[in-house]
Design a binder for this molecule. Structure first.
Ligand code: ZN
Length: 426
C-alpha cells in the first residue's frame, strides 16, 4: 500500500514544485505581515477542492493585527471514514524580508535545475507544499482511512507566533481530542527529526547611578561604570561557567550544545541622538543591557536567573552605591519530545523506509512554534520534520530541492500510515 502512495507522490513532483512556487509568489513578509489573507485563501481553496473542511481564523488583537495587516490563519481538516486519531501538519506562511544579494526575484517562484527558488522556499513553503501533497496522495490511495488529517498555514512564526499557533492553541486547535499528533515541516533536512529546542530567557538589566555635571563626576555616580563592573564579572565568571555546561540535548550546530548568552544591546546615559549639535556633559544615571540566555533541559529558570542575580547582588556589597533592576522580557521553557513518542517513531520509520538509514535526532538552537503546541496546547507528541537545508533559511537565493521535497513527502505519508492505521513500524 505504501508503494502506491509513494508512486503517486513521485508522479506529482511537478505539481509539488508548482505549488511551492505559487506559495512563494505571495510576498508574506513579516513584519509587517504582508499578503497573509490571499496566501491563506489560496491554501484553503486548494484543500477545499480536495474535500477538506476549511476554516479561516484571524488572530484578532494579537501583535501587528490590523485591518491593513490581518493575521489570517487557515486550518483545513479531512475526516476519514471512521473516527480515530488526528494528525496535524502545521506550517507557518510568513517569511522574513528578502534582504540584499539576490540574483533573481525573491518572490518570482523560479523553478530551475531541480530547485525552487525564492524567499520562504526552504523556510518553509516547500515543507508546507510537501505536507499538502503527502496528505492528498495518502487520502487518494487510502480512501477508507480512520481518523483525520489537518493542515494549517499559520502566521507570525518569525516574530514569535502570537497571532498564529499561540492564538489557535489558546482556542483549542492544538489540543486533544481535536488533535493527537503534530508535525511541523520546518527545514531541518529530510533525514533529521527535530525533537524540540533550548529554552529562552530574555531580560533587561539596568544599573542605577546619580546624575551630576560631567566636569565633576565625583559629585555623581556613573551607571555606565557600574555596568562595566557587571560586564567584567560576566566575562570572568559567567561566560566560562556557561561554556562548561554541556547538554544531553542533541542541539545543532555543535557550538549550541551548551548554555549560551548573548548581550543583545547596551545603552547608557543620555540619548545618542544629539546630532547636529553636541551632547551636554552629564554623569549617566542609568545604563541598560538586554541579555538573551539560551538554556538547557538540565537547567531550571530559577538556576539560570540565580547565576546572574548572585553576581549582581555580590556587586552590591563590593561597590559603593551599586544598585540594579532586572526585568524579564520573554521566557520559553526548553522542550524535548522523547524519541520513543508516537510521532518521532513514525517519522523515524519513514526515514528508514525512504532513505534506508536511521534518522539523526536534533534539537534546534532557537525556538519555533512547537513551544505553543506544547505549552498552550498541552500536546507533547510533536516534532519538526521537513525538507530544505536549515543553513539556507533567511539567506539570499534561498531554495528547496524538488527531489528532497518528494522524499520528505513520502516520509510524511508513511508517518500518516503508521499514526492513523497503527501499523507496525519497519
Ligand atoms: Zn521557519
Amino acid at each position: 500500500m505504501n508503494e502506491r502512495t509513494f508512486e503517486t507522490i513521485e508522479s506529482r513532483a511537478d505539481e509539488l514544485a508548482q505549488l511551492t512556487a505559487e506559495l512563494i509568489r505571495f510576498p508574506t513578509i513579516n513584519p509587517p505581515g504582508e499578503a497573509y489573507t490571499p496566501c491563506a485563501e489560496y491554501i484553503g481553496e486548494r484543500l477545499r477542492k480536495r474535500g477538506f473542511g476549511v476554516e479561516f481564523v484571524r488572530g484578532e488583537g494579537t501583535p501587528g493585527d490590523s485591518d491593513r495587516y490581518p493575521r489570517t490563519n487557515v486550518i483545513a481538516r479531512f475526516d476519514g471514514r471512521t473516527p480515530g486519531r488526528t494528525v496535524h501538519f502545521n506550517s507557518h506562511i510568513d517569511v522574513v524580508e528578502a534582504g540584499e544579494g539576490w540574483t533573481m526575484d525573491p518572490f518570482g517562484g523560479v523553478i530551475r535545475d531541480g530547485r525552487v527558488y525564492g524567499r520562504g522556499a526552504c523556510d518553509m513553503k516547500g515543507g508546507l507544499a510537501a505536507s499538502i501533497v503527502a496528505a492528498e496522495a495518502f487520502i487518494d490511495m487510502n480512501p477508507d482511512f480512520s481518523g483525520a488529517i489537518e493542515i494549517s498555514g499559520t502566521v507570525d512564526e518569525e516574530s514569535g507566533g502570537f497571532g498564529g499557533v499561540a492564538y489557535l492553541a489558546g482556542k483549542g486547535y492544538f489540543s486533544p481530542p481535536r488533535v493527537d499528533h503534530v508535525i511541523i515541516p520546518e527545514p531541518l533536512n529530510k533525514d533529521r527529526i527535530c525533537l524540540g529546542h533550548r529554552g529562552v530567557w530574555w531580560a533587561e538589566i539596568e544599573t542605577k547611578g546619580q546624575i551630576a555635571h560631567g566636569s565633576m563626576p565625583f559629585l555623581g555616580d556613573s551607571a555606565v561604570r557600574h555596568m562595566g563592573a557587571v560586564l567584567g564579572a560576566f566575562e570572568e565568571e559567567l561566560f566560562p561557567a556557561l561554556d562548561r555546561k554541556q547538554t544531553r540535548m542533541p542541539v545543532v550546530p555543535d557550538g549550541a550544545r551548551r548554555s549560551t548568552m548573548n548581550i543583545n544591546s547596551i545603552h547608557g546615559g543620555q540619548t545618542d541622538d544629539y546630532f547636529p549639535g553636541l551632547p551636554s556633559p552629564n554623569v549617566p544615571d542609568s545604563c541598560k543591557i538586554v541579555i538573551d540566555r539560551r538554556f538547557l533541559i538540565e537547567e531550571s529558570l530559577e538556576e539560570i536567573k540565580g547565576e546572574v542575580t548572585s553576581i549582581l547582588d555580590r556587586l552590591k556589597w563590593e561597590r559603593p552605591k551599586f544598585d540594579y533592576r532586572m526585568r524579564d522580557l520573554m521566557i520559553v521553557q526548553p522542550l524535548m519530545t522523547e524519541e520513543d513518542a508516537p510521532v518521532p517513531r513514525a517519522v523515524a520509520s519513514g526515514i528508514r523506509r525512504v532513505f534506508g538509514r536511521d534518522p539523526q535526532y536534533v534539537i534546534s538552537p532557537g525556538t519555533y512554534d512547537q513551544k505553543h503546541v506544547s505549552r498552550i496546547g498541552k500536546l507533547h507528541d510533536c516534532v519538526a520534520y521537513g525538507p530544505g537545508i536549515l543553513d539556507l533559511a533567511h539567506r539570499p537565493d534561498e531554495w528547496v530541492g524538488i527531489a528532497d521535497m518528494v522524499e520528505s513527502a513520502k516520509v510524511m505519508a508513511h508517518a500518516l500510515d503508521i499514526l492513523l492505521h497503527g501499523r507496525g513500524e519497519d
